[in-house]
Design a protein around this ligand. Sequence first.
Ligand code: FAD
Length: 316
Amino acid sequence: MKVVDHLSNAKSTLFSFEILPPLKGKSIQSIYDGIDPLMEFKPKYVNVTYHREEYIYKDKGNGLLEKVSIRKRPGTVGICAAIMNKYHIDAVPHLICGGFTKEETENALIDLQFLGVDNVLALRGDPVKTEASFTSKEGGSAYAIELVEQLMELNSGQYMMDDVALEPTNFCVGVAGYPEKHFESMNLATDMQHLKEKVDAGAEYIVTQMFFDNEKYFTFLKKCREIGINCPIIPGLKPITTLKHITFLPKFFNIDFPEALSKELLKCKTNADVKQVGIEWGIEQSKELRDNGAPCLHYYTMGKSEVVKKIANEVF
Ligand code: FAD
């Protein structure tokens, strides 16, 4: 079932979360271990993130270096199939532009449609660590909007290589939005225009980047409505759990901690202290968003399901 249908059928704020595929070599059980503790909150769907390959330079022993691609985590297609089969809920794979030609993307979408996956979150992806800025693979997409357009073409039965009419797909497409602006964008207004283009191209809902100040979300929501973005906008929430997060999250995700939160974080001496503050903040943030009619609260678990469970216990 489509995410937008889950949202419109819901009588109250839904609970959703995303899981990170484990490092290669682990079994599917590690995915189940992350999902099982959260099933009591009755998620209608689970997102599965995608992590592109990385490049390392191998010393060839002759004074030359060889650029080698390494993939650290399994892809999403098999994981989505396993989740749907075990839990009988929808799985929402994240599909990125980075590292794929449009043809490879089409092949992945054919597999997903074949498995009965109804939803996709269409993203550009970040630059790989060895790149200063994002570059697309030759024959690939440079922006998420191109993925949305490709999905809409498949939804109208236009496949890349075939000149015969084929069964159209019926994917519901979500995209990412940034209440505090995407880090590369000149300003929030420009970024929001690009967001609107994705929605006008066919995206049916938005999931936001994490934020810690609900006012940022409420302002973003209002501005989206003012410029004609009328689809559901799902807040993305990440509990802070480690001392490292205090500097890493603002830098990597281009977000601010509100002063009330930073004051509490400055008192923390250990990861356990930070986790406790993160849980308490997450509960307050979630309750306020729920009480103000957020359609769904989407948690970035990042392998910390037990922390999300503590928050969800108080909110759902
Ligand atoms: P886009 O919408 O393409 O935007 C990227 C930048 O380009 C923005 O600054 C935008 O303003 C600008 N822009 C857009 N269109 C144009 C245009 N036509 N001309 C000029 N500029 C333009 N990354 C992963 O690798 N895997 C994941 O699983 C993943 N999941 C995510 C889930 C969520 C909910 C969010 C919020 C992010 C996720 N990301 C993931 C990170 C995401 O890939 C990065 O934030 C990436 O840098 C931008 O992706 P996007 O889809 O927002 O890109």
